[in-house]
Structures are given as structure tokens and as C-alpha cells.
Write a protein that binds this ligand. Structure first.
Ligand SMILES: *[C@@H]1O[C@H](CO)[C@@H](O)[C@H](O)[C@H]1NC(C)=O
Ligand SMILES: *[C@@H]1O[C@H](CO)[C@@H](O)[C@H](O)[C@H]1NC(C)=O
Ligand SMILES: *[C@@H]1O[C@H](CO)[C@@H](O)[C@H](O)[C@H]1NC(C)=O
Ligand SMILES: *[C@@H]1O[C@H](CO)[C@@H](O)[C@H](O)[C@H]1NC(C)=O
Ligand SMILES: *[C@@H]1O[C@H](CO)[C@@H](O)[C@H](O)[C@H]1NC(C)=O
Length: 301
């Protein structure tokens, strides 16, 4: 039961100027999971440009199992209070470039899911919503593999998160080589966050396996936070976050109090320049190897 306008497309270059408007009024809840405005599945070398997508019932544009994607000069518009309205959602997709676009919505601005690699996201503005997210990965003990993602020259404002990596406990696999560079944030609750205890409202038990997070670089991230967690790194007890590097991170309160004790749990790496607020809780170098579950490191991604 797919409501995709465009399903299986190959060798397609799409240049449309359309506005899509959907009414959710008559929709019954079990169909909601399928309600993306545009979905590309199993497509190669797809270009989507010069369009506006407005008020999708859920995800606005989804790429699933695609290779070679270019998204340029698009705008996505839906209200900040509209749930599950991801802007651009990528899963099992390689070699994608998303640029020169404006996304205003109520969920992730760009959502990167398992099986995605070699992504370049640059020169975009995100407003409202939940910021640029990798994950949630590893739900229901599944394997997740995400690597080589660059997010550069991006403005994120009035959002719950800035740049976020979130994984469920009990998963396996890895997130590797993610670079966030020149990110300007305005009025963000959590500008920088890694959460390996992600749990979607339901009760989640602590589990020993986790999707490994390593090689994450934050370079020149500036702006303001609205709540009390400018930097939040909650990494797994058994599979710590490693090779996390920060440089030129300057985050100031939008109003109210300056936070001088950012949250860290099991995070290893280095700060090339002092961050504001200072991240004293970052552990230097690499974690002691004892206690780290080998099976989680040999993740076969
Ligand atoms: C996609 O584009 C690349 C680079 O232009 C080309 O090498 C490749 O053959 C194309 N793939 C398909 C399936 O056409
Ligand atoms: C971007 O897309 C809009 C349509 O949404 C179009 O009017 C405009 O000319 C495009 N800009 C460029 C530089 O192609
Ligand atoms: C990483 O992805 C970029 C595209 O965003 C690509 O040009 C580059 O070759 C990739 N690097 C590796 C090591 O695969
Ligand atoms: C700050 O962002 C929140 C959403 O996180 C929004 O409700 C609020 O209006 C924004 N404040 C300003 C001054 O724009
Ligand atoms: C799960 O583990 C975290 C980190 O060790 C701890 O803070 C939390 O209390 C644990 N939760 C439960 C339900 O045991």
C-alpha cells in the first residue's frame, strides 16, 4: 500500500516544479507509515531539483536502496508541530549529495538510516524540527552500517537538535567517519548529541551490545542553545564512542544560564582547541581494551 508518486525509477533526471499538498484528515493510522510524498526505490543516478514539497503526511522525500543521488534547490515546508515529517530520508543509499536547499518541518531535517554511505550534505538550512540525524540505528537487535558522511556549511535553527547520532541498545554494526563542518546553530535544545541509549518513549532495558560510533569530527560548530545541554554524549557502557574529535566548537546560551558541565558518558577522543563550554569529561586517547565486546567491534560492516 504505497502512496509514492514515483516508485521504481532508473536513469532518471527529474526536474519538476510542483507543489504537493496532502490532506491527512481521512487517513487511518496503520497507513501512516507509508505516507511519504516522494519515494525513490532501487534507483540509480537520480537528480531531484527545483521543486517544493509541502505538508507531506509523513516523510517528504525518501530514497531507499538508491545509488547516485543529487538533491539540489528544493524546499520542504511543513509546520514545526507536525509529527514524523522527516525532510529527506536516506536508507541503504550511497553516493548522495544534498545541497542548496531549505527544509522547514517537524521531524528530522535530514535522516540518515542504515546502509547509507558516501553522503555529502551541504549548503542547506533546517528550521523547526529535529535537526540532522543519523539513526535511530540498531533497533530490535539489528545491524546498522553507516559511514563516510559529511555535513558542511549548514544552518540549523529553532530545532530540538543540531547534529545528532542516535542508536538503540542491543544493536550491532557501526557508524564511522562522520564530519560536521561549519555548522551554525540558532536556538537549538541539543546542538551536538550522540545518544546510544535512544528509546522512543517506550521502556528500553540496558543491553550490552551496541552500534559502535567512531571517527566523528566536529569542526567549527557555533551558535546558541536554548536548553541546558549544548553538548551531550551518552555512549554505551560496553562499546564506548571512540575517535571523537572537536575543534572550534563555540556554543553559548540563547538566554539564561551558561552551562559549564556538558554531559559525557564513555566518550573518547580529543579536543584540538578548547570548546565552549569546556568538555572536561571527554576522555583522551583510546579506551582500555578490556571490557569492550569484541563481537561489536568485528561488526562486518
Ligand atoms: C551512474 O553514473 C555514473 C557516473 O556518471 C556511471 O558511471 C554509472 O554507470 C551510472 N549508473 C547507472 C546504473 O547508470
Ligand atoms: C530553484 O527552484 C525554484 C522553484 O522552486 C525556481 O523558481 C528557481 O529558479 C530555482 N533556482 C535555480 C538557481 O535554479
Ligand atoms: C566519501 O564520500 C565522498 C562523497 O560524499 C566520496 O567522494 C569519497 O570518495 C568517499 N570516501 C571514501 C573513503 O569512500
Ligand atoms: C526557539 O525554538 C523553539 C523550537 O525548539 C520555538 O518554539 C521557539 O519559537 C524558538 N524561539 C525563537 C525566539 O524563535
Ligand atoms: C542503563 O545504563 C546507564 C549507564 O550505565 C545508567 O545510567 C542507567 O541507570 C541504566 N538504566 C537501567 C534501567 O538500568
Amino acid at each position: 500500500m504505497q502512496t509514492s508518486i514515483l516508485g521504481l525509477l532508473r536513469h532518471v533526471s527529474l526536474s519538476l516544479s510542483i507543489s504537493l499538498f496532502f490532506s491527512v484528515v481521512s487517513l487511518i493510522s496503520h497507513r501512516l507509515a507509508y505516507l511519504q510524498a516522494l519515494r525513490f526505490y532501487g534507483s540509480y543516478n537520480v537528480t531531484v531539483k527545483d521543486i517544493r514539497v509541502i505538508n507531506s503526511p509523513q516523510t517528504h522525500i525518501k530514497f531507499d536502496s538508491c545509488d547516485g543521488v543529487k538533491v539540489r534547490n528544493i524546499s520542504i515546508l511543513s509546520p514545526p508541530y507536525s509529527p514524523n515529517t522527516d525532510g529527506i530520508h536516506l536508507q541503504n543509499t550511497q553516493d548522495a549529495e544534498i545541497c542548496d536547499s531549505y527544509i522547514e518541518n517537524g521531524d528530522d531535517c535530514v535522516s540518515v538510516q542504515t546502509g547509507s554511505s558516501n553522503l555529502a550534505i551541504h549548503d542547506i538550512t533546517c528550521d523547526g524540527g529535529h535537526g540532522i540525524s543519523v539513526g535511530g540505528l540498531g533497533r530490535g537487535q539489528t545491524q546498522a552500517c553507516v559511514s563516510n558522511i559529511t555535513v558542511q556549511d549548514v544552518v540549523i535553527r529553532n530545532s530540538q537538535n543540531g547534529v545528532r547520532i542516535k542508536t538503540w541498545q542491543g544493536g550491532f554494526g557501526s557508524v564511522r567517519s562522520v564530519t560536521y563542518k561549519n555548522i551554525f546553530v540558532v536556538n537549538i535544545s541539543n546542538p551536538i548529541i550522540i545518544d546510544q541509549f535512544y528509546c522512543d518513549g517506550t521502556k528500553c532495558k540496558n543491553q550490552s551490545s551496541a552500534v559502535q560510533v567512531s571517527g566523528i569530527n566536529y569542526h567549527n560548530i557555533r551558535g546558541t542553545y536554548s536548553k541546558s545541554s549544548p553538548l551531550h554524549f551518552a555512549c554505551s557502557d560496553t562499546v564506548p564512542c571512540t575517535s571523537i574529535s572537536l575543534a572550534q566548537v563555540v556554543l553559548l546560551p540563547q538566554h539564561g544560564y551558561y552551562v559549564d558541565d556538558p554531559f559525557c558518558w564513555n566518550i573518547y577522543g580529543n579536543s584540538e582547541t578548547p570548546t565552549i563550554p569546556p568538555l572536561h569529561c571527554l576522555q583522551h586517547g583510546t579506551p582500555p581494551s578490556k571490557g569492550i565486546k569484541q563481537s561489536s567491534i568485528d561488526d562486518s560492516c
